[in-house]
Ligand binder design. Structure first.
Ligand SMILES: *Cc1c(COP(=O)(O)O)cnc(C)c1O
Length: 457
């Protein structure tokens, strides 16, 4: 064998061994970041004219660099929205890379896109949207929300030429994810907030609409409800809001980036009633559907409307539209052209394990939140801020000030023991600093939760 090939085979074996070790190791500690200068001092120059060689670069990665990443799949990582990609999906992520698939057009990526669409069909079936609804995988919830907002805005503009020069207006609530506001900025859309971090009701929304000036009412084109707020797992009144949007002829977007995974869970599915009225829905498989990063999804009731907004024109692209027209072109339904078939690892894992395993794993996250809630109720030093919702638990340590929460978080992180971060919860006009759990990883144990709570004594 040629020398280069030998090196490559050895390198491949090393990489595979590393990957297998990483995904089989359940006892990793929670690392913490180092400063860029510290990392630089440890690894020296890595980009040189001659190259430092694969072995050296890989050793630097193993010895120093990977240890400066926080493993988001650690069972005691309960901050933000953690992740827990399946081993099957991770292994197939390697296959996805090795296959070099251009995932924009069917003409080039038919096999990969077919698999993505199989997984997508299952996701769409969970929503109860009518026949014809379909979606596409995006880089995440942010890109999915942007794609949906732009599709809604372009549809509104297509209804009346006078809308073409108007700045559109969208209503959402304080509980909505920051990406809604950020993406409204990208799309140059104004945002109005219903003043609640708890459930957004149809009545509260109706009142905000009622109080608009007639000029504002003409600019209003969409409402964004949340199917599982990131902070507290709260699901807005989707049925009431959906009905109101129908009456008011407004585009109804449901951001279920985090909570969407729970559509598969029988114990909470009823909380999402009304999601079938949505014009568009965001769900992140990289959150609660156990896909590796990055994998979001946007689903449309009428995909043609998204196509009108997103299909790209260019003489160099015509060829794809001709030969590829018989198939599904993911680029037509979201903001990105060249794309990884990022739904492919998710498809493989779903095909391998079956949907029941997904149901069980999501139900376990919900159950862990209930268990944590019961423990907190029984212990004297902590109390619930509100009942657990989906897999989120907000609780306070009696007598603690905001700084105490911060110190406790840093101390546990420093020890490599756990990552649990404080958040704020709005009651009335004031914000209280509280502690928060978000469960995703079904391997988190009851003992993990107990140890974390006891570390607050
Ligand atoms: C996480 C989240 C987002 C953003 O998704 P990314 O994948 O991080 O871009 C949007 N909305 C909600 C409700 C989320 O929880």
């Amino acid at each position: 064998m040629h020398k280069i090939d030998m090196d490559l085979v050895e390198m491949t074996m090393d990489v595979m061994k590393y990957v297998i070790d990483r995904i089989s190791n359940t006892q990793t500690t929670i690392n913490k970041p180092k400063k860029a200068e510290e990392l630089k001092a440890l690894v020296g120059e890595t980009i040189t004219k001659e190259g430092i060689g694969g072995e050296k670069a890989f050793n630097l990665w193993k010895e120093y660099l990977t240890k400066s990443n926080v493993p988001i799949d650690h069972p005691r990582h309960l901050a933000f929205v953690p992740a827990s990609p399946t081993r099957a999906a991770i292994m197939f992520d390697l296959v996805t890379s090795a296959s070099s698939i251009h995932g924009a057009y069917w003409m080039e990526g038919a096999g990969g896109i077919f698999c993505e669409n199989e997984a997508m069909r299952w996701m769409v079936s969970l929503t109860g949207l009518p026949e014809g609804a379909f979606g596409v995988f995006t880089s995440g919830g942010t890109a999915a929300n942007l794609s949906a907002i732009v599709a809604a805005r372009e549809y509104w503009r297509s209804l009346d030429v006078v809308n073409e020069n108007k700045k559109g207006l969208v209503i959402t609530s304080i509980g909505a994810h920051s990406s809604i506001k950020a993406m409204a900025k990208v799309a140059d859309v104004e945002i109005l907030l219903v003043d609640t971090e708890d459930v957004m009701t149809a009545e509260a929304l109706q009142e905000v609409i009622y109080n608009l000036t007639s000029e504002e009412r003409k600019r209003l084109f969409a409402v964004v409800a949340t199917g599982g707020t990131t902070n507290a797992g709260i699901i807005d009144d989707l049925y009431g809001i959906g009905s109101l949007c129908e009456r008011e002829h407004l585009w109804f977007h449901v951001d279920a980036a985090y909570g969407g995974g729970a559509l598969v869970a029988d114990s909470v599915r009823h909380l999402f009633n009304g999601i079938e009225k949505a014009d568009s829905i965001t769900i992140d498989p990289h959150k609660w559907m156990f896909s590796p990063y990055d994998c979001g999804a946007v689903i449309y009731k009428n995909p043609e409307l998204a196509k009108n907004a997103h299909s790209q024109e260019g003489s160099y692209l015509d060829i794809f539209k001709d030969e590829g027209a018989h198939g599904f072109n993911p680029t037509d339904y979201q903001i990105q052209l060249t794309r990884r078939v990022r739904g492919l690892p998710f498809w493989f894992s779903l095909a391998m394990h079956g949907t029941d395993r997904y149901k069980q794993a999501v139900e376990r996250g919900i159950e862990l939140a209930q268990i944590a809630g019961e423990m907190i109720t029984k212990m004297d030093h902590v109390e619930l801020v509100r009942e657990p919702s989906l897999s989120c638990v907000l609780y306070r340590r009696v007598g603690w000030e905001p700084d105490d929460y911060t110190h406790w978080t840093y101390e546990n992180h420093e020890k490599g023991f756990a990552l649990v971060t404080p958040t704020k919860w709005k009651t009335g006009a004031s914000f209280e600093t509280v502690s928060r759990f978000c469960f995703i990883n079904p391997d988190t144990t009851e003992d993990d939760i107990e140890q974390i709570l006891k570390s607050m004594i």
